[in-house]
Design a protein around this ligand. Structure first.
Ligand code: IVH
Length: 671
């Protein structure tokens, strides 16, 4: 291929991929399959690599991320990023309307929008290309997070249509609830703290140093304001529609995400609708934004020091209750992380009785200025457990004193540590702190790890208290006689326990590895490492560089693996497990079965099969280098369908053009 031909093909591919991205993410109407998309993308990446002279920072190939930013540059906003004045009451909205009518004669048309609960972003486009993305920062200057924003699929890198040569557009980056939930599940499984709510996870993700990780997080966007030196439309509404034509994700009118309102009654109607309907949205909103539609009128109304006079936010009240704070207790997790918990006088909130609220960390307690005996306000939002949002200081008992955060572990009295930049305190006494010791064993016996029948967390508690087990290897030394006669242990239960322990020796290496509970090594990572290194000895001897080289293993995970095996106590546990005959390498059969026939392919297995069980099929996918996921997306290569696959899945696969294959097709694929 000549240089000219390569250039033409690169440009053609970029245009095509951009169009397919738009069809998939914005219109929900793809016309090619995932596989075809990936092939085009691969072709582009290859050509770009061969011809670096045609590189373009806005090529669709940039979506995968990869740039690491050590610290974000601070840049001044061209126009300050103001906030909105807030109100919680309808009277104040009527006042807002009245204030405007005083300044402007005639009817006023408003635009009502959802107030998305995420992180504000300001994007600059120059000649149709995204050139800069800034956070709000302090309103005057923000962080340059362009490399991260480029990985968000609904943010166009290049525009189409008749866009202005240079303009800024503002909007909100957020995480949908489903993606948030999944992300948190994965985090907990890998030993990370879960994010408190979707907003935190969106803003936290935007500030990550490694854009390749950002690319994998399910971030989404809505754009809500076009800023130009001279507006090219007459109204805000028309600008939004135009922005949609240029390729931005804008709120859909059919879904009532945005609506014009001819008067304040129309505004109230919109608010009433979303007051209940918001609970059915796939993302969180915290209110409604009302804007004067006409730009000339907006200009006439102008700004106060902090916010525009032509707009206001009506915020929904989260359901709240007031109740006394009885005490604060501190929980120690499996990884030693300390979580303060508020014990409340039970109170009814949104249909359930609330007795406890999470306080997250020391900063939170200090920010609230909590004192035991205080009457506190609890709220239920998108959080997992309710949170305390404030204190009623008028009801504060005399002589109360501010809460002092503990300095020592409530379980083992070791002095707590708090690493720089981390919010959480940790108990560093990993091998001497009971909840950490028991937590490790509980994790080891759990269903996804060794799945030992006959042992639950109560048994672990008992074994530990009796001095019978303090590492996972000790479980394999338990004797019939020492167990018999323990509380709740009769012959039958002792036999069960011992048989369960014995049976667990058949559990494959990847699950044993997961069971060790190495920080950040969740189920998926454990599989990756097990299949890559094949034996625990290989893994123990791997260097940091070698680990980072493994597909999908980042520095944080790699370092954690290194740290784990650097500790003599852990090596000893591994040696003991080996001596007891656990699988610490991929079995010879498994190794013989392993291929990379399905490398890079993602499967969704659904339905009932006749020749193999679903789990067997999933395992076969992994052994051949493929990957299993739960839900069908553009990234799915194949849906492996059995009998009785749900109609919605079928429909989704068809609409996305994902090939649906049968059990026989699959067997042929790997044979
Ligand atoms: S308009 C001049 N529209 O709410 C201000 N803001 O306090 C222009 N927000 O952090 C803002 N949804 O990020 C506007 N539909 C919407 C919004 C919205 C969420 C956020 C915005 C800002 C805060 C305003």
């Amino acid at each position: 291929m000549s240089k000219e031909q390569a250039k033409d093909r690169i440009l053609e591919l970029r245009k095509e991929l951009q169009e397919h991205n738009h069809r998939y993410y914005m219109l929900d109407a793809p016309t090619i399959s995932d596989y075809e998309f990936d092939m085009l993308l691969e072709e582009l990446i290859k050509l770009e690599r061969e011809h670096p002279e045609f590189n373009d920072p806005n090529s669709p190939s940039q979506r995968v991320g990869g740039t690491v930013t050590k610290s974000f540059e601070t840049i001044k906003h061209k126009y300050p990023m103001l906030s909105l004045s807030n109100t919680y009451s309808r009277e104040e909205l009527e006042d807002f309307d009245a204030r405007i009518k005083k300044l402007i004669e005639g009817d006023i048309e408003y635009v009502c929008e959802l107030k998305y609960d995420g992180a504000a972003i300001s994007l600059t486009y120059t000649n149709g290309h995204l050139t800069q993305a800034l956070t709000r920062g302090d309103g005057t200057q923000g962080d340059n997070i362009t490399t991260n924003v480029k990985t968000i699929k609904t943010i166009p890198l290049s525009l189409k249509g008749d866009y202005p040569p240079e303009f800024e557009i503002r909007g909100e980056i957020f995480m949908k609830l489903e993606g948030f939930k999944k992300l948190n599940e994965d985090r907990v499984e890998a030993g990370f703290e879960p994010f408190a709510n979707p907003r935190n996870s969106a803003s936290g993700t935007l500030k990550m140093q490694d854009s390749a990780i950002v690319a994998k997080r399910p971030l989404d966007s809505f754009l809500y304001y076009v800023m130009e030196d001279r507006h090219s439309a007459e109204t805000h509404y028309d600008s939004i529609i135009k922005a949609g034509e240029w390729g931005f994700k804008i709120p859909r009118q059919e879904k009532r995400y945005i609506a014009k309102a001819q008067n304040i009654d129309d505004v109230f109607e919109f608010i009433n609708y979303w007051d209940t309907e918001r609970h059915n949205l796939p993302f969180e909103i915290d209110g409604i934004v009302i804007k004067v539609n006409n730009y000339n009128l907006q200009e006439q109304l102008g700004f106060t020091a902090k916010s525009p006079r032509w707009a206001i936010a009506y915020k929904f009240k989260a359901e709240q209750a007031a109740t006394p704070l009885n005490s604060i207790t501190y929980q120690v997790g499996r990884t030693g992380a300390i979580t303060p918990v508020a014990n409340l006088e039970p109170v009814l909130l949104a249909g359930t009785t609330v007795k406890r609220a999470s306080l997250h960390n020391a900063d939170q307690i200090e920010k609230l200025g909590l004192r035991v005996g205080d009457t506190v306000f609890v709220e239920k939002g998108g959080e997992i457990i309710p949170k305390i949002v404030g204190v009623d200081e008028t009801l504060r008992p005399p002589n109360s004193i501010p809460v002092e955060y503990i300095t020592h572990c409530p379980e083992c009295n070791t002095e707590l540590v708090r690493k720089e930049g981390e919010a959480q305190h940790y108990c560093p006494n990993e091998y001497g702190c009971p909840p950490q010791i028991k937590g490790k064993m509980e994790h080891f016996i759990s269903r996804k790890a060794m799945d030992i029948d006959g042992i639950g967390s109560e048994t672990i508690e008992l074994l530990y208290n009796q001095g019978l087990a303090s590492t996972v290897a000790d479980l394999y030394q338990l004797q019939y006689d020492e167990l018999l006669g323990l509380e709740r242990f009769a012959e039958k239960s002792v036999t069960n326990l011992l048989e369960g322990v014995e049976a667990s020796k058949q559990i494959p290496f990847e699950r044993v590895l997961y069971g060790l509970g190495i920080r950040y090594v969740g189920e998926t990572v454990a599989k990756k490492l097990a299949f890559h290194y094949k034996t625990i000895d290989n893994l123990m001897n791997a260097t940091l560089e070698q680990l980072v080289d493994v597909d999908e293993i980042g520095e944080k995970i790699a370092q954690s693996v290194i740290d784990y095996f650097a500790d003599e106590r852990n090596r000893q546990v591994v040696e003991n497990l080996k001596a007891h005959g656990l699988n610490l390498e991929i079995s010879a059969e498994e190794q013989a079965d392993m291929t990379d026939k399905l490398a890079g392919k993602t499967f969704v297995v659904s339905g009932v099969f006749s020749k193999f069980s679903r789990d067997e099929l999933k395992k076969a996918i992994e052994k051949n280098g493929g990957k299993n996921t739960g839900s069908i997306s553009k990234k799915t290569s194949y849906v492996l369908a059995g009998e009785n696959m749900g109609p919605s899945k079928l429909q989704k696969a068809e609409s996305l053009g994902v090939p649906i294959i049968s059990e026989d097709d699959f067997i042929e694929m790997i044979s």
